[in-house]
Structures are given as structure tokens and as C-alpha cells.
Design a protein around this ligand. Sequence first.
Ligand code: NAD
Ligand code: UFG
Length: 338
Amino acid sequence: MAVLVTGGAGYIGSHTCVELINAGIDIVIVDNFYNCKKSSIDRIRALVDRDFKYYECDIRDKEGMDKIFKAEKIDSVIHFAGLKAVGESVEKPLEYFDNNVNGTLVLLDVMRANGCKKIVFSSSATVYGMNNISPLTEDMPVGGVTNPYGRTKYMIECILQDLYTSDNSWSICLLRYFNPIGAHKSGTMGEDPNGIPNNLMPFITQVAIGKRDHLNVFGNDYATHDGTGIRDYIHVVDLALGHVKAVQKVEKDEGCFIYNLGTGKGYSVLDVVNAFEKASGVTIPFEIQPRRAGDIAICYSDPAKALRELGWKAERGLEEMCEDSWRWQSQNPNGYPD
Ligand code: NAD
Ligand code: UFG
């Protein structure tokens, strides 16, 4: 039996595939390679001692997905596939709802038709919206989201909860990620954004490698220790290990479970810049800019529930996240090869 990993060639998916195989779990990857290179599959292979299959398929392609379920023995699904750029989602809401929400509906329909009722879903801390006060706990109200991307995550959470209500034989795990950064220790796998990075760490590493001349810091007038925004950065390998625990949970227990995957610690933009400079020995020039629309001052998790129920907690600190991000960027200045 295998776990089908949708979006398994992407940033979080590829790291998760390595940790699943390390844990002795067979995988099958489905990706349409819209936001990644095929060479990421080779990099996964080089790190593991067990072969696996991958399919180039869009999750919205019902026939294609059905063929995969018929050809493989799929027991459960980890569903990463989706579009994730907040700004782009404001420009292209229909594409985001189609890819993320419709894609999930097609996937769930094909799963049900093939008797597969176990799914782990990539949700986001963005579902907590603007009004909850950190540390964020899973029982806080969700849905006050400010952009179409966030709304797709919230809508998919609602769909999965309604699905469980309608049929209690499903096992569903909603994982709310905080801010994944870092890379595999080998330096061979990491985050490889297209174009100008939206997120803080890939922007910093591109400044460090000389692709961009400075970092724009969005706002220094928040009510935080240095005025810059605070987030809960989590090492992508810790996040990947959280998925191993989550898939084991849905294999074992029926229910609809929700977990934060974060460290519980918040760092400001300037804390991250300082930690990165220390880890890399490279100075990061920055300029203070106005606040970015839609940003909140402080967002960090209470990760206690995941520890209590999954036995999972993040082990890697900010220094290690910075060291590993830098190793990946400096060894692969242009990301994955074509
Ligand atoms: P990513 O873009 O690197 O990975 C997503 C993968 O899905 C890509 O390889 C892409 O080619 C594939 N994909 C997209 N649409 C597809 C489709 N219709 N059919 C098949 N494959 C498709 O992104 P990531 O950072 O690895 O994120 C994975 C998931 O986690 C996403 O759902 C994202 O929204 C969610 N998430 C990410 C973050 C983050 O900061 N990276 C935070 C919270 C949640
Ligand atoms: N920031 C800068 N300069 C940059 C990029 C970011 O100062 O060039 C700041 C932001 O203002 C924020 C912090 O760095 O204070 C982190 O920003 P990111 O864009 O890296 O991350 P966000 O917390 O804004 O958003 C991320 C994902 C979303 C997800 C959200 C919650 O991009 O998809 O975490 O999980 F919804």
C-alpha cells in the first residue's frame, strides 16, 4: 500500500516524500510540474534507498487521476497540490478557485470512487485571519481571510469537514502550516520560486547570492520589539516529519483532525535577517518600506495539540533553518536544473 502525494515534486512535498520513504512508507507522486522542475524528482531519488513512481497529471483531470488509483494500491493521500501566491490570487481568483477548490473536489470524488477515504490536507495559518491573537490554537474561529488564496484554504477545510460529517468512515487531517523555510541538509533540495520571491527567506537568499541588491522590509512600525512583523518560521524537514505523523494518524483513526504545524516561537523580519547573516557570513542590505497590504503584525502557533495527539514537535531552530536555506541557495544559485 502506498501514500499518493499530490504536488509531491514541490517544495514541501519533495521534503515530505524523502521523510515518508525514510519512515518505510511507499509513495506515489502526482504533479503537473506547473510550479516545479522534474529534476526535483531526481533529487528525491538520490536521497532515498527505495524506488517510487511518479505521474505527470493534473489533479483536475478526473480520468487521469482515476487511472492512477486503478493502477496503484493507494491507501491514503497527502494533498499538497495547489497554487500558493497570495498576490497572484488577487489578480487571478478564478484560476485559484479552479486549481485549489475544484482540484480538491475532483481528487475527493476519485478517492471516494476508489474506496480511498484517508487524506491529509495542506492548510495554512492564513485561515486564522486578522482578528485572532497569537499564540493561535486550533479551536479559534477561522475564516476571516483577506485574499482568494486564503479563501481557497478555508473553503477546502469546510468541504473536508462537511465530507466527514456526511460519512464518518473518512479520516481527514487538516494541517495548518505556519512559515516553512529551510532546506534538506544535503543542500540538494530546497525552495525554488519562479520569478521574484514573495516570501521572506527566498528573497533573503537571493540577495545573499547577488541576484537582488537589497531586501525590502515591509513596515517597521508594528507593535513588536523592533517594529517588524513576527512569524513562526518552521524548518521544512520538521514540517515534513509532521506529515509522517499525520498520515500515520489517518491510517489508524477515523475522524476529522486539525493541527497547527509550527514551532510556537515568533521571530521578527530583522531577527531573521540577523540570524541569516550570522549563519551565512553574508551581509543583507535592506530598506524599510511601507507595510504590505494584508499583513498582520504577529502570527505564531500554539503547537501543543500536535505534540499531545501526534507526538510531533519541531526540533530545528532558526539558526539551522538559515544555515540550510543558505546551503541550498549557494550550492544551487539557479535552483533546480531544467
Ligand atoms: P509548491 O508550489 O512548491 O508545491 C505545490 C506543487 O503542486 C507544485 O509542484 C505544483 O507543480 C503542483 N501542482 C499545483 N497545481 C497542481 C495541479 N492542479 N495538479 C497537479 N499538481 C499541481 O508549494 P509548497 O510550498 O510546497 O506548498 C505545498 C502546499 O502547502 C500548497 O497547497 C500550499 O498552499 C500549502 N502551504 C504552503 C505554505 C508555504 O509557505 N510554502 C504555507 C501554508 C500552506
Ligand atoms: N517580508 C518582508 N519582505 C519581503 C517578504 C516578506 O519584509 O520581501 C515580511 C512580511 O511583511 C512578513 C514576513 O516577512 O512580516 C513574512 O512574510 P512571508 O511573505 O514570508 O510570509 P507570510 O507570513 O506573509 O505568508 C506565508 C505564506 C502564505 C501563508 C501564510 C500563513 O506566504 O501563503 O504564511 O501560513 F498563508
